[in-house]
Design a protein around this ligand. Structure first.
Ligand SMILES: Cc1cc2nc3c(=O)[nH]c(=O)nc-3n(C[C@H](O)[C@H](O)[C@H](O)COP(=O)(O)OP(=O)(O)OC[C@H]3O[C@@H](n4cnc5c(N)ncnc54)[C@H](O)[C@@H]3O)c2cc1C
Ligand SMILES: *[C@@H]1O[C@H](CO)[C@@H](O)[C@H](O)[C@H]1NC(C)=O
Ligand SMILES: *[C@@H]1O[C@H](CO)[C@@H](O)[C@H](O)[C@H]1NC(C)=O
Ligand SMILES: *[C@@H]1O[C@H](CO)[C@@H](O)[C@H](O)[C@H]1NC(C)=O
Length: 558
């Protein structure tokens, strides 16, 4: 039987009370779902499973979509750059819309799977006419200039749309024929700029993009200076000219041989004629970093900070498994071969060592049994299997639905990746206890397979795989060594990330455990005593020392 504690700690009581009142109140973010790194003030539209396809199919522009995982450090580090790019490309709004999709939200697993987004951040381009075929074109860079250049190339391939003309003038074009080209309904341009674009150069193409905020002008490319003669200009050294609809032509000079300088020269001419550009995106005040406001989270944060790193919370282990089963694992499109082996390994480890209640045990046992005989399945089949099994168990598996020890003092930090580390350490410690369900090394091997095939955080996975190879993850031969391998690996990651922008100031990245919490773990020279470290890890990550704090009830946990 399960002992029910009759004297819950005060903090738990407070939490329960807060939970009861919190339910009645609508949370500020409920309408839009979870918090996002971007908003429309950045020229980025947040899209999801329900809206992305519709945007792609109906918006008659090129579309840039960034798929992210909110928990992935690289996505967070890339966010300021992407905002700059998006704000800059507001001037291309006639031809380009920009979207962000957070694959870490359960509701977006389907769209991220459909578009085969395995690692984030992922940038994709979709053409103005997208019929639902294909997953977009990968933009394999996070450098602003390269992103812009690739986008310009793709957009320019959509020849002559949206009143943009990327094909050069004919060799016999003149003022009359060129003006004729532009006398069509919907054409608002009063001027036609002629820009020399030598072979192999994109200067004219880029001038077209620079001048998008000026509906009063269209730009035509000239690939041979000789053509300027057809317009009554001297071709020698001619690079830039402007034509009005009455047929008057004027040569222009630019300060430099750049598309920006060309655009500036044309813009100056237009300004003299009283034409101003569509204004740029207003410089909004950078949104304030919201601190954790909600009372429930404040209570958790205060309690966790008081408890220190020696306390490991069941709620985090639950969350890690919950998110693995519902989000990270089913995001794969097709699971077979080595990645099916990886999935089986993770489920096998969890089945034997998980800290869940009886329903949780049953869920994992079912999943394990299901995976054994098959040789392929899709992520969506896996998701359905998890859901249908949970339904049979009356949805009574995951209760916390919140991070506790992994709570962050600021949005977007900690959370899932923190809970994963916590779970991984917990599993290595559990594996080292009789009756030794698993061979030594099984937990590390499962973590390795997860990182290789399923972890949506690209830099995390890449770093971890490199570290695993360097530190010979496959040469661990006993359970204690397995615990210490992961401890040491995690400390290496902590060292690399210490002081990073993704570090939560309330939870600094230290070489774990600190002297304060385990004085015996290191000596005066900060040399580890591995015997003591092992002892310490075995205590704090032990099942019977887990804290139930933050779970809606302590019932149902052996
Ligand atoms: C496999 C993996 C690889 C990752 N690689 C990267 C990466 O390359 N780049 C990146 O930006 N982020 C990476 N992350 C995420 C990053 O490590 C943190 O999870 C994230 O920054 C949140 O940090 P945190 O402060 O919550 O503490 P975390 O590092 O997540 O640790 C969680 C908790 O584990 C305990 N702990 C800390 N160190 C140890 C230890 N050595 N042994 C035992 N317990 C410990 C502490 O109680 C700590 O609060 C990775 C995560 C994982 C799971
Ligand atoms: C997808 O492309 C195929 C040909 O490549 C075409 O027959 C089919 O109609 C397209 N589907 C959609 C939804 O456009
Ligand atoms: C699993 O492997 C198959 C090929 O065997 C591949 O098509 C699929 O994309 C892989 N999935 C993952 C999640 O790596
Ligand atoms: C580590 O601590 C143990 C006590 O647990 C002690 O016996 C041993 O000498 C210490 N080892 C080192 C290298 O200091």
């Amino acid at each position: 039987m399960i002992p029910i504690r009759n004297s819950l700690p005060f903090a738990t009581l407070l939490l329960l009370l807060l939970l009861a009142t919190a339910k009645a109140r609508a949370r500020p973010n409920e309408a839009t779902g979870e918090a996002s790194l971007y908003d429309e003030a950045d020229n980025v539209i947040n899209a999801d499973t329900n809206t992305l396809r519709n945007h792609l199919a109906t918006v008659p522009k090129g579309k840039l979509v960034q798929f992210i995982n909110i928990f992935c450090g690289d996505c967070q580090r890339f966010a300021p750059t992407f905002k700059d790019v998006a704000r800059d490309l507001y001037k291309w709004q006639r031809v380009l819309s920009i979207y962000a999709v957070d694959c870490a939200q359960e509701k977006n697993v389907q769209i991220c799977r459909d578009f085969q987004v395995l690692k984030t951040p992922t940038l994709r381009y979709f053409p103005p006419v997208y019929t639902g075929n294909g997953t977009g074109i990968d933009i394999p860079t996070v450098k602003p200039n390269e992103i812009k250049d690739l986008l310009a190339g793709y957009l320019a391939k959509e020849m002559n749309w949206n009143l943009l003309y990327f094909d050069p003038l004919r060799s016999d074009s003149n003022a009359k024929t060129t003006i004729g080209d532009h006398k069509c309904p919907g054409q608002a341009a009063e001027y036609i700029a002629l820009v020399l674009q030598p072979k192999g150069s994109n200067i004219g193409r880029d001038t077209i993009f620079e001048l998008l905020p000026y509906p009063a002008v269209v730009v035509r490319l000239v690939d041979d200076a000789q053509i300027f003669a057809n317009f009554g200009l001297t071709p020698q050294g001619q690079k830039l000219a402007i034509l009005d609809l009455a047929g008057n032509v004027q040569a222009l000079k630019a300060a430099q041989e750049t598309s920006q300088a060309y655009a500036a020269s044309i813009a100056e001419y237009l300004a003299q004629k009283g034409h101003t550009p569509v204004p740029p995106l207003p410089t909004t005040v950078a949104p304030k970093v919201r601190t954790v406001r909600n009372k429930e989270q404040q209570a958790i944060l205060a309690t966790v900070l008081r408890g220190g790193p020696a306390k490991i919370y069941r709620a985090d282990l639950e969350q890690a498994i919950d998110k693995l089963l519902h989000i990270e694992l089913p995001k794969a499109d097709l699971i077979q071969g080595s990645n099916l082996t990886a999935l089986r390994d993770i489920i096998a480890v969890l089945r034997h060592l998980n800290p869940l209640n009886n329903n949780g045990q049953e869920l994992l046992t079912n999943l394990h049994g299901f995976l054994l005989p098959i040789n392929r399945l899709t992520g969506s089949e896996f998701a359905d299997l998890v859901k249908s099994t949970e339904k049979k168990l009356e949805g009574n598996v995951f209760k916390a639905k919140r991070y506790v020890g992994c709570i962050a003092s600021r949005p977007f930090l900690r959370g899932f990746t923190c809970s994963l580390w916590t779970l991984f350490h917990y599993l290595t410690v559990a594996a080292a206890k009789p009756p030794y369900y698993l061979q030594a090394g099984s937990v590390l091997s499962a973590i390795h397979g997860f990182a290789k095939h399923f972890f949506g955080c690209r830099d995390c996975a890449d770093h971890f795989l490199a570290l695993a190879e360097r530190k010979h993850i496959d040469r661990v031969t006993d359970h204690d060594a397995e615990i210490l391998w992961l401890w040491e690996a995690h400390n290496e990651v902590n060292k690399r990330l210490a002081g990073d922008t993704t570090e939560d100031p309330k939870f600094p990245k230290i070489q774990f455990p600190s002297k304060k919490y385990c004085p015996a773990c290191s000596n005066e020279n900060s040399h580890w005593n591995r015997t003591e470290v092992l002892k310490y890890l075995k205590i704090i990550y032990d099942n019977k020392n887990l804290s139930p704090y933050g779970l809606p009830t302590t019932r149902g946990y052996p």
